[in-house]
Design a binder for this molecule. Structure first.
Ligand code: KIV
Length: 269
């Protein structure tokens, strides 16, 4: 496991960044080589996303990803990261079955090198978040388009439009109260994400949620222009950056200077 030093990004550091208006730069990674390059390029948070089911394993959704897959890829990534904070996704069925199951799964991800775990949803998940938080496991929430619920949503669709926005605001507050240390907002209108970001005490990290979140995250393959059916919130940074490290650097700079995402890369309603 890596050694952290004063220059490493830590969980409390994320709140300081929010307080100081410093944007958080996050990307997904699944192996040591890409993790090493993004760490060198100054990415603050490396997420081992269960998106690996789609971009690495070739499935249509994230549902087939197992805890064993996540543990394996978390270990691979952790060996390439020196500075960034390492966050691992809790995959489908690893936390819905009860708090003890969730604690065991989260513990195994932490033993593989994660410093924080991410869980999708609110409602029944709130007690689990509080349970993990009370046992010293930092948790990142994830609301909006939560891909593990793709079947319930009827597809990968923007969430929180119109009156449904109120529900997401309540979820965000309840997750903050339950003890999340960060909150991913995925595919929600930019104005709603901005309002949640202003009102919750924890840093928000947006993907398809407009420029006013406290940070941004992208799936690595999307940032490298490898997605042939890219959603509107994706930008190809490889063409701009000229190399993989250049692409990650260009992404980090665009997030930090507020030029990514642009309005055309956000959902306005
Ligand atoms: O699985 C993943 O990569 C994610 C990000 C898209 C936030 O959850």
């Amino acid at each position: 496991m890596r050694q952290t030093d004063h220059a490493s990004v830590t969980v409390p550091h994320l709140r300081t960044m929010k307080a100081q208006g410093q944007k958080i730069v996050a990307l997904t990674a699944y192996d040591v080589s890409f993790a090493r390059i993004m760490d060198r390029a100054g990415v603050d948070v490396v997420l081992i996303g269960d998106s690996l089911g789609m971009v690495v394993q070739g499935h249509k959704t994230t549902l087939p990803v197992t805890l064993a897959d996540m543990i394996y890829h978390t270990g691979c990534v952790s060996r390439g990261v020196g500075r960034a904070l390492i966050v691992a996704d809790m995959p489908f069925l690893s936390f819905q079955g009860g708090m003890e199951d969730a604690l065991r799964a989260a513990g195994q991800l932490m033993q593989a090198g994660a410093q924080m775990v991410k869980v999708e949803g609110a409602g029944p998940v709130l007690d689990t978040v509080a349970y993990l938080h009370a046992r010293g496991i930092p948790v990142c929430g994830h609301i909006g388009l939560t891909p593990q619920s793709v079947n319930a949503f009827g597809g990968f669709k923007v969430q929180g439009r119109g009156e449904r926005g109120g529900e997401l605001k309540v979820q965000a507050h309840k997750l903050a109260e339950a003890g999340v240390d960060a909150l991913v907002l995925e595919a929600v209108p930019a104005a709603l994400a901005a309002e949640i970001t202003r009102h919750v005490p924890v840093p928000t990290i947006g993907i398809g949620a407009g420029k006013d979140c406290d940070g941004q995250v992208l799936v690595m393959h999307d940032a490298l222009g490898l997605n042939e059916q890219a959603p509107r919130f994706v930008r190809d940074f490889l063409t701009r950056g000229g190399s993989i490290e250049g692409a990650f650097g260009a992404y980090a700079e665009a997030v930090r200077n507020g030029s990514f995402p642009a309005e055309a890369e956000s959902y306005l309603t």
